[in-house]
Write a protein that binds this ligand. Structure first.
Ligand code: GLC
Ligand code: CA
Length: 557
């Protein structure tokens, strides 16, 4: 008896600490969410105004992209003070008020933790640059070089060498992103100590967790490492990283929080170390499923790749680990444009696939109203530094401006960063003045007010899916199995527990197609619980078209 009591108590404790398994998240790109003070830039008080909207949608927590002091070379991912709020977004008091109001509504807030690099305007780097023997010199990576010859031939994610020469000390410093984002030297224990203190400071303020940026890059190979097939290999999940990740985990474990690491380059078969029961984070953002597959210049994603990749992640983490589910974020184009045809039906179909997979879903702002890619007409409409760099590289390769633009903008991050479309009013109701990035003209029909009003809109479909997921044990904990793996457009899977089996059946195309299921199934036992089209009972032979999505349930006892 005593044993059982201990076990039950233990189980209760673990369940309480795993609140994030039953939660649905919502990502806010603060610059583009809601402008409250008419300067064309979204801000913290704008988020506060919209908390009731998020509550109505049904989500449990918000991840906010960086809001810290920053020169904004990479829109806040270049931080100059980790413990200050960027004035564009408001003040620390505004943040505390937001946190308090969110908590009162039962919404949690997780913050972006950007510790692979700082801004070149961070006081540490300003010091580090000054001299070879400055106490902060070793906070960053410096190596001998000349202006012409960098220490090695490694290439940065944003284009060009990972090294930038600095005349003051005639050495070069290392950066995997822009030259204004120097990488911190994690080997230095003072660096780690300062970062850990900063992390505790935020957690003690009462935030509910972190999305940890670019964390798979904090360890680098020795500078003489030679690149062979994968040009990112020198700083992707390099051996030795586990020492630092374990230190981070030890801090995170002291708090009942959600941690999700951005883990580019961590393959699904190695993911258990990152997210398993003893993993570094509760879950990770993998980047494989949303990678561009196919020809340059095409805006379309591949459904077979999407299926295959999500299936690998679902099955690899079935028994150990947890998935963070997403189809879009601030670095990607809009999923309804990439995998669909910009229509509400396509948006609903994708939502059905995403939300009922096993894992914690992250909805990216605007996804729930079906926001689409932006038809960029000139490079002047682009803000994202990497897109501009890519465009210039294409020009330098001899491409004509039109062609370079077409290729460069197709997968630009700015598609996902255009201001949120709140209503059919000037600037889409995002701001009363010209916003920092253009609003998509389709705000007249695609906007939150409209979608809240329409029956059976995308917004209401999201609400229904969130509710269904949260009240259904099988849709949270049930095992995943992909069906019809070879079908080019139908995404079909089951979620099963001892007592129920759920079947999610979605046609990710407008064309009609037929599918068939085993003869041995008990078709009369399956109940259709949700559809985005006409009722279509589960059958051995079925025809599907026009992005229709169906959810069925069979009781097993
Ligand atoms: C992550 C962020 C991206 C940023 C980069 C550098 O990939 O999602 O927006 O540019 O890290 O911090
Ligand atoms: Ca503002």
């Amino acid at each position: 008896m005593a044993d059982l009591a201990v076990q039950t108590k233990q189980k209760k404790k673990t369940e309480k600490n795993s609140w994030w398994k039953e939660a649905v998240g919502y990502q806010i790109y603060p610059r583009s969410f809601k402008d409250s003070n008419h300067d064309g830039i979204g801000d913290l008080n704008g988020i506060r105004q919209k908390l009731p909207y998020l509550k109505e949608l049904g989500i449990d927590f918000i991840w906010i992209n960086p809001i810290y002091a920053s020169p904004n070379v990479d829109n806040g991912y270049d931080i100059s003070d980790y413990q200050a709020i960027h004035e564009d977004f408001g003040t620390m008091d505004d943040f505390q008020a937001l946190l308090k109001e969110a908590h009162e509504l039962g919404l949690k807030i997780i913050m972006d933790l950007v510790v692979n690099h700082t801004s070149d305007q961070h006081p540490w780097f300003i010091e580090s640059k000054k001299s070879l023997d400055n106490p902060y010199r070793d906070y960053y990576h410096w190596a001998d070089a000349t202006n012409e010859v960098p220490p090695n031939n490694w290439q940065s994610f944003f284009g060009g060498s990972t090294w930038t020469y600095d005349e003051t000390t005639e050495q070069s410093y290392f950066h995997v992103f822009a030259k204004e984002q120097p990488d911190l030297n994690w080997k230095n224990s003072n660096v780690r100590h300062e970062i850990y203190q900063m992390i505790r400071w935020w957690l003690d303020l009462g935030i509910d967790g972190f999305r940890i940026d670019a964390i798979s890059h904090i360890q680098k190979e020795p500078w003489d490492f030679k690149i062979t097939d994968n040009q990112w290999a020198p700083f992707m999940n390099v051996a030795g990283i586990e020492l630092y990740l374990k230190e981070l985990r030890a801090i995170f474990n002291e708090y009942n929080i959600l941690t999700v690491g951005e883990a580019s380059g961590v393959p699904h078969h190695e993911a258990d170390a990152w997210t398993g029961d003893h993993g570094y984070f509760n879950m990770i953002f993998e980047l494989e499923h949303c990678q561009r597959i196919g020809e340059l210049g095409s805006q379309k994603g591949s459904i077979p790749h999407l299926k295959q990749s999500l299936n690998e992640w679902q099955t690899s983490l079935e028994h150990n680990g947890w998935n963070a589910l997403y189809l879009e974020n601030h670095d990607t184009p809009r999923s309804v444009s990439v995998y669909g045809d910009d229509s509400p039906e396509a948006a609903k179909a994708l939502a059905t696939v995403l939300l009922l997979l096993k894992g914690t879903p992250f909805i990216y702002q605007g996804q729930e109203v079906g926001m689409t890619n932006y038809p960029f007409r000139s490079i002047e409409e682009i803000n994202a530094a990497d897109t501009i760099h890519f465009y210039q590289t294409l020009l330098a390769q001899g491409k004509m401006t039109n062609e370079a633009l077409k290729i460069a903008v197709n997968w630009s991050r700015d598609h996902g960063r255009t201001p949120f479309q709140w209503e059919n009013a000037s600037h889409g109701g995002f701001s009363t003045t010209e916003p920092w990035l253009k609003v998509n003209e389709n705000y007249r029909i695609i906007n939150a007010a409209q979608k809240e009003m329409e029956n059976s809109s995308i917004f209401h479909h999201y609400q229904t899916l969130i509710r269904l997921k949260k009240q259904t044990d099988a849709l949270i904990h049930g095992t995943f199995e992909l069906l019809l793996p070879e079908h080019p457009t139908v995404f079909c899977y089951t979620r099963t527990t001892d007592t129920e089996r759920w079947l999610i059946l979605v046609q990710l195309d407008r064309k009609a197609t037929s599918v068939s299921f085993p003869a041995s199934w008990n078709y009369s036992e399956w109940e259709e619980l949700l559809t985005t089209a006409n009722i279509n009972p589960l059958n051995q032979q079925m025809t599907l078209s026009d992005y229709e999505a169906h959810v069925y349930r069979e009781k097993l006892v």
